[in-house]
Write a protein that binds this ligand. Sequence first.
Ligand SMILES: [Zn+2]
Length: 143
Amino acid sequence: MVKAELDAAWQESLPGTPNHHEEGGWIYQMTTGEVLTFVRATPGAPGDTYMSLANPPSVPGFTLIATYHTHPVLSSDFGFPEASRDDLLHSGYTNVPWLIRSENGIESVGPERLGAEPYGVWLHGYENNRVDTTWCPANRGGG
Ligand SMILES: [Zn+2]
């Protein structure tokens, strides 16, 4: 489910085209179960390599467990598919994994990342992760 959403965001970010732009948002898990919901953030501007993941909306009954965004500039176009310095920084601020979908697939950075299958295994172990989304440190920026 997470992989499908990240793949959709990747396609919508028009990788390798002049109108490439970052797509992404926030992933929430139902507080009493494993039901997930995705909330998209405002996409980045066409041709730009930035989007804001500031101020995750509060979703009643759900907890913020991760953010996600795309890096649509291909390495063949001198892009940087890997997580940026800001991505690493902000994942620390937000205390949730930051998932990045690029031409290389899905990369997870930040706290308690769990190896080769981030979209498959990171759900477990976050049951006690509670982020106050009414004032989330993510409002310090994006990446
Ligand atoms: Zn990034």
